[in-house]
Design a binder for this molecule. Structure first.
Ligand code: HEM
Length: 457
C-alpha cells in the first residue's frame, strides 16, 4: 500500500538534562521512564550519555518489534553488550541470528511441554526436600530467608533436570556470585561510567563473580562427564544432547560453547524463577483472602498428596497467582533490541542504530489494559480477561523468536512448587515487617530479599 503520511519525529525526554536524562535514569530508572510515559506517551526517545534510546510501551509496538517486524532488529543492543562479559555467546545474549538459530534448534527438543512433563517429579521432589529441611529447622530458626531458600531450590531443579547434576554443595556460591554480577551490571547499565575495562573495584568484584560462576558450571559439566559416558545414559539429558549433536558440517559443539550454554541456562532459570516464587509467597502473606482461595483449590485437587504433571490443568487458581506475580514483579523486566534498519512504529520514524527499550514493569501497569495496576489480583488472569486484552500487553517471557526457551519449564515448576508448599505450610509476615521494594538491577530483585515466618496450616 502506498504510504500516505510522512512519519513523525519521536518526542524527546530528558532534553533539559545536560547528560540526556542519564542522571535522572541513574537516580530512579523506573520513575524516570514512568514520568516520561505520562508526559510523552508510549513512544519517546532519550539520549543518556549520548546513547540513542527509544522506549516502546504499547502492545502494538511490542508486537511489531518482537514479532511482525523482527527482521529489522537484533540483540546488538546496549543492555546485551553490558551483560555479555557474563553471558558471552550463550543463547540469551547472542546477537548473530544464524548462530543463534543453530543453538536454539539444538536445545529446543528439551523444552517442549512433553519433555517438561518428564521433569516435574524433580520439581516436586526437590520442593518436598526443601520443606523437610524447613520443618527440621523451623523450631530453632522460624524466620526464613525465602529468596535464598528458593534460589537453591531453583538451582537444584534446573541442574538435576537438564544436566543430571546435584549442585546442593555449590548452590550458595553461585547465588552470591550472581547477586554481585547483577548488582555491578545493573548499576553500570543505569550509568555506564567509568567503563568496565578500567581497573576499578567494581571491575574486580565482577571478575571474581564471573570466575565463581564459571567454576560452578565446570563442576556441573565435570559431574556429568567424569566416570560415565553421557551418551550411554538411560535418560539422555540436555548436556548429552549438546555434547553429541552435530552441526550441518558434522562438527560437534566446542567445549567453550557448551560451557557458555550451561551457564546461560543456569542464569536464565535461576534468578527469574527464584524471584517469582519469592514474590508470590510475599504477596500471599500480604493478601490472606487470596491465600485462602489457594488453599481451597490445593485441598480440593490434591487432598494432601504431592501434585503431579497431570494436576496442572486443575490447579487453575494456583497458576493465576503465578501469572499475576509475573505481571506485578516481572523478573526479566527489561529487554532491548538494536534497530538494524530504519523503521516506522506507531507512525513514528525509528532511526537505525537506536536501542529500543521494552520495560515490562511499565507495560504490565499500562492503564489502558490494567484497570487497577498496583493491586495484586489473580482475577486479571481469568480466561475472559485474558481474551479481552491484546496478547502483547503481558510479556513476562518475551515474545517472538527469542521468547524464553524455558517458559513451559518455569510455569510448571512455579505452579507445582507453590501447590506443594501450600498443601501443609504457610509463610507469614513477621510482626512489623516493612514493605519490600523491587530493585531494578539487570533483573527485578526484591531489595534486601524476602524474609518470612514458617507456619503449619
Ligand atoms: C519465571 C521464569 C522466567 C522468566 C520470567 C523468563 C524470562 C525470559 C525473557 C523475558 C526472555 C527473553 C529476553 C529477550 O527477549 O531479550 C528469556 C529468554 C531466555 N530464557 Fe527465560 N525466563 C524464565 C525462566 C527460564 C528458565 C527456567 C530457563 C531455562 C531452563 C530460561 C532460559 C532462557 C534462555 C536460554 C533464554 C534465551 C532464549 C533465546 O534467545 O533463544 N528461562 N527468558
Amino acid at each position: 500500500m502506498p504510504r500516505t503520511t510522512t512519519p513523525r519525529e519521536l518526542p524527546t525526554a530528558g532534553s533539559r538534562d545536560l547528560l540526556g536524562g542519564a542522571l535522572a535514569f541513574r537516580r530512579d530508572q523506573l520513575g524516570f521512564l514512568a514520568d516520561n510515559v505520562n508526559r510523552h506517551g508510549d513512544l519517546f526517545r532519550f539520549r543518556p550519555l549520548g546513547l540513542p534510546m527509544v522506549l516502546a510501551n504499547h502492545p502494538d509496538h511490542i508486537q511489531h518489534i518482537l514479532v511482525d517486524g523482527e527482521q529489522r532488529y537484533d540483540k546488538n543492543a546496549t543492555i546485551f553488550k553490558v551483560v555479555r562479559p557474563v553471558l558471552r555467546d550463550g543463547l540469551i545474549a547472542i546477537a548473530d541470528k544464524e548462530r543463534w538459530g543453530r543453538q536454539r534448534r539444538m536445545m529446543a527438543p528439551l523444552f517442549t511441554p512433553r519433555t517438561v512433563a518428564g521433569f516435574t517429579e524433580n520439581m516436586t521432589d526437590e520442593t518436598v526436600r526443601m520443606l523437610d529441611r524447613w520443618d527440621r529447622r523451623s523450631a530453632a530458626d522460624a524466620l526464613l530467608d525465602i529468596t535464598d531458600e528458593v534460589g537453591q531450590l531453583a538451582l537444584r531443579i534446573v541442574n538435576r533436570s537438564l544436566f543430571s547434576a546435584d549442585v546442593s554443595a555449590a548452590a550458595q556460591s553461585f547465588e552470591r556470585a550472581f547477586a554481585t554480577a547483577n548488582d555491578v551490571l545493573g548499576s553500570f547499565f543505569r550509568f555506564p561510567f567509568p567503563p568496565l575495562s578500567w581497573p576499578t573495584l567494581r571491575r574486580r568484584r565482577l571478575h571474581r563473580a564471573i570466575d565463581d560462576m564459571d567454576r560452578f558450571v565446570s563442576g556441573v559439566i565435570r559431574q556429568r562427564t567424569e566416570g560415565s559416558d553421557p551418551s550411554q545414559s538411560q535418560s539422555p539429558d540436555l548436556l548429552s544432547l549438546l555434547m553429541h549433536s552435530t552441526d550441518d558440517d558434522g562438527s560437534v559443539m566446542e567445549p567453550e560453547q557448551l560451557h557458555h550454554e550451561v551457564l546461560n541456562l543456569c542464569i536464565g532459570a535461576f534468578e527469574t524463577t527464584t524471584n517469582t516464587l519469592s514474590w508470590a509467597f510475599y504477596l500471599l502473606a500480604r493478601h490472606p483472602h487470596i491465600e485462602e482461595r489457594l488453599h481451597e483449590e490445593v485441598d480440593r485437587v490434591l487432598a494432601g498428596r504431592v501434585p503431579r504433571f497431570d494436576d496442572l490443568p486443575r490447579l487453575t487458581y494456583t497458576r493465576m497467582i503465578i501469572d499475576e506475580t509475573l505481571r506485578i514483579y516481572s523478573p526479566a523486566y527489561q529487554t532491548m533490541r538494536h534497530v538494524c534498519e530504519e523503521d516506522i512504529v506507531g507512525g513514528y520514524r525509528i532511526p537505525a542504530g537506536s536501542n529500543i527499550l521494552i520495560n515490562s514493569y511499565l507495560l504490565h501497569r499500562h492503564p489502558e489494559f490494567w484497570p487497577d495496576p498496583e493491586t495484586f489480583d489473580p482475577e486479571n488472569f481469568t480466561p475472559e480477561r485474558v481474551a479481552a486484552r491484546p496478547k502483547h500487553a503481558y510479556i513476562p517471557f518475551g515474545s517472538g523468536r527469542r521468547v524464553c526457551i524455558g517458559k513451559h519449564f518455569a510455569l510448571a515448576e512455579l505452579t507445582l512448587a507453590l501447590a506443594t508448599v501450600a498443601r501443609g505450610h504457610r509463610l507469614l509476615l513477621p510482626p512489623g515487617a516493612p514493605l519490600v521494594a523491587p530493585e531494578p538491577l539487570i533483573t527485578l530483585h526484591p531489595r534486601g530479599g524476602i524474609h518470612l515466618r514458617l507456619a503449619c496450616r
